[in-house]
Write a protein that binds this ligand. Structure first.
Ligand SMILES: NC(=O)c1ccc[n+]([C@@H]2O[C@H](COP(=O)([O-])OP(=O)(O)OC[C@H]3O[C@@H](n4cnc5c(N)ncnc54)[C@H](O)[C@@H]3O)[C@@H](O)[C@H]2O)c1
Length: 255
């Protein structure tokens, strides 16, 4: 029997990078995937890829910063499949500026908090409500290395990701006796569209790319599949005594 046979797993940010890799990895282990993303075409593509490989998946467009949309997303999972076993809150943005706190545009600062932190809070809130009815479940929030140490010139990102760790640790304690485990992963540089084409545009900047690789003791970036493996482990029975962790996935950077 596969590790997640017929488990209902909701993944936000499923259209790209770590969320897409996590969706595919869960499906290979027998899970039913609800692939959620603000980019509907991308979510559809991930669900299509899973179905092509004989897996089970549906997709939904959601903006996690809108509480009503998050409620609909969880309701869809329950309506279609009767329960929610695992949730991975991966949707997020990295921002477009490299600026000190006093220079960072206020609207963009607040927007990042609204998506990365408040959006993740809406997700956890609605997922926990359902898991309490199920009798348990597993949640993994995707924070960042920037949720554990400073990331100069990207203050709203660091603040949002530190917030996700605080939410994770606190909620983990609140529901620990109710069979709901809540953990976070904190990756360093992972080769996804966010890092290659986003704020630092590493795909077009060989020097910055080299620096990003050298940050890890392994002198390379991680692959989204390597983060997915950790997320699956945290959602599996193999980690049954672990909750409230904020686990670096860092190629030895923090060693
Ligand atoms: N790539 C890295 O190096 C790295 C490192 C640490 C943490 N992270 C975190 O991992 C997560 C995934 O990042 P990635 O690198 O795979 O990025 P990505 O850009 O490849 O994927 C992010 C996905 O989230 C979706 N999304 C963005 N805003 C959304 C919203 N409001 N509602 C719903 N979906 C939304 C995007 O459409 C996209 O499909 C993010 O939370 C990111 O902060 C990434």
């Amino acid at each position: 029997m596969k590790r997640f046979e017929n488990k209902v797993c909701l993944v936000t940010g499923a259209g790209s990078g770590i969320g897409a890799a996590t969706s595919v990895a869960f499906a290979k282990e027998g899970a039913i995937i609800i692939a959620a993303d603000i980019n509907e075409d991308a979510a559809k593509e991930t669900a299509g890829k899973i179905k092509k490989d004989k897996g089970k998946a549906i997709f939904i467009k959601v903006n996690i910063a809108q509480h009503s949309e998050v409620k609909k997303m969880v309701a869809l999972a329950v309506k279609r499949f009767g329960q929610l076993d695992c949730a991975v809150n991966c949707a997020g943005i990295a921002g477009k500026h490299t600026l000190a706190v006093h220079e960072y545009p206020e609207d963009d600062w607040v927007n990042m908090i609204n998506i990365n932190l408040i959006g993740t809070y809406y997700c956890v809130k609605e997922q926990v409500k359902q898991m309490l009815q199920n009798g348990g479940g597993n949640i993994v929030n995707v924070s960042s290395a920037a949720g554990l140490i400073a990331q100069p010139f990207n203050s709203p990102y660091a603040a949002s990701k530190f917030g996700v760790v605080g939410l994770t640790r606190t909620a983990a304690k609140e529901y620990a006796t109710q069979n709901i485990r809540i953990n976070a992963v904190c990756p360093t540089a992972i080769e996804t569209p966010m890092i290659m084409h986003g704020r630092r545009k590493l795909a077009f900047n060989p020097e910055a790319l080299e620096a990003a690789k050298n940050y890890q003791a392994m002198k390379r970036m991680g692959q989204p599949e390597e983060v997915a493996d950790v997320i699956l482990w945290l959602c599996s029975n193999e980690s049954s005594f672990i909750t409230g962790h904020a686990m670096p996935v860092d190629g030895g950077a923090f060693a």
